[in-house]
Design a protein around this ligand. Structure first.
Ligand code: C2E
Ligand code: MG
Ligand code: MG
Ligand code: MG
Length: 288
């Protein structure tokens, strides 16, 4: 329509750009508010289980934002915060809150396994995120082995000196590294080898095709085989149904994460979930 509207074309595009721009600016302003108020933002945790034993091995930390009764998806506001640079301050908040939570769990003897924090490309390439993370670990007296960081392949496309410094510092301090959403970006396999990441996370778009789309199954099994060859452990994301879990376990995937096991939830709910799960597993032991 715009193509044929002659003189109006300019106005048409101009107005729509204005609107999306205004939405972005509004989101940035609201996020600024949220970061200063401390009651709209929270952390959720999603369990990760061992593919064969189904024991809980870790949790992924996922940020949540609720504003005026409405949930705003991180898939929407994280990219906006990356654009504005707010992700750096937000990232600090996420690290601080996560470690404070981990310290609390440790003090109460609640075992959640490895805690995986998502780190944005902007943080890794433009901030002292590794140094800050190490400081926070010290401050909360949490050993670095408890923590993993996740970042997407796309992060690796900008190979800045700062990125290299951050990764080296994380590695030197035994903080695990996971490549998130593997298969959706453009990471070269030779760089992947160089990186010596500890975990590869298979993107949920491929997991969804298991039992249905042959090419997805092929990608999944080949990715697992490659990761093994490069000494990485594999985590599958978005595991929703039993057949997917079975297929992944049979093909040597190490860990599973998805709604089929648990949704992301607040810390208090996670504690209840862990307790209930322990009792169910014990009951099964007694039966057997
Ligand atoms: P991600 O790191 O790949 O996170 C996985 C996403 O899949 C999460 O969405 C999670 O809730 C969702 N998910 C988990 N299991 C299932 C499942 O079985 N089915 C389906 N359909 N979805 C599942 P979420 O929480 O909306 O986060 C979206 C993205 O936003 C994340 O993708 C990550 O890139 C970013 N993000 C979330 N939290 C943070 C954070 O604390 N820091 C940074 N930098 N980015 C974050
Ligand atoms: Mg992630
Ligand atoms: Mg992912
Ligand atoms: Mg993602």
């Amino acid at each position: 329509r715009a193509k044929h509207s002659g003189k109006n074309t300019y106005r048409f595009f101009d107005d729509s750009m204005d609107e999306s721009m205004q939405r972005r600016v509004a989101t940035q302003r609201h996020l600024e508010e949220a970061m200063s108020q401390d009651d709209q933002l929270s952390l959720f945790f999603q369990p990760q289980v061992h593919a064969r034993t189904n024991q809980v091995v870790g949790v992924e930390v996922l940020i949540r934002w609720r504003r005026l009764g409405e949930w705003i998806s991180p898939a929407v506001f994280i990219p906006i915060a990356e654009d504005s640079g707010q992700i750096i301050e937000l990232g600090r908040w996420i690290i601080d809150r996560t470690l404070s939570q981990v310290a609390d769990w440790r003090a109460r003897n609640i075992e959640v396994g490895k805690v995986s924090i998502n780190i944005s490309a902007v943080q890794l390439s433009n901030s002292e995120v590794a140094y800050e993370l190490l400081n926070a670990l010290k401050h909360y007296n949490v050993p670095s082995e408890v923590i993993a960081i996740e970042f997407t392949e796309t992060t690796l496309m900008v190979r800045s000196a700062q990125l290299a410094r951050n990764l080296a510092m994380l590695r030197a301090n035994n903080i695990s590294i996971a490549i998130d959403d593997f298969g959706t970006g453009y990471c070269s396999l030779s760089y992947l080898k160089e990186l010596e990441a500890n975990y590869l996370k298979i993107d949920q778009s491929f997991v969804r095709g298991i039992g249905d789309i042959e090419s997805d199954e092929c990608i999944v099994s080949a990715t697992i085989a490659m990761a093994k060859g490069l000494n990485m452990e594999v985590i599958a994301e978005g595991v929703e149904i039993e057949y997917q879990a079975q297929y992944l376990a049979e093909h040597g995937c190490d860990y599973l994460q998805g709604y089929g096991f648990a949704r992301p939830m607040p810390a208090a709910d996670l504690e209840v979930w862990l307790e209930q799960r322990k009792q169910t597993l014990n009951a099964e032991d007694v039966k057997a």
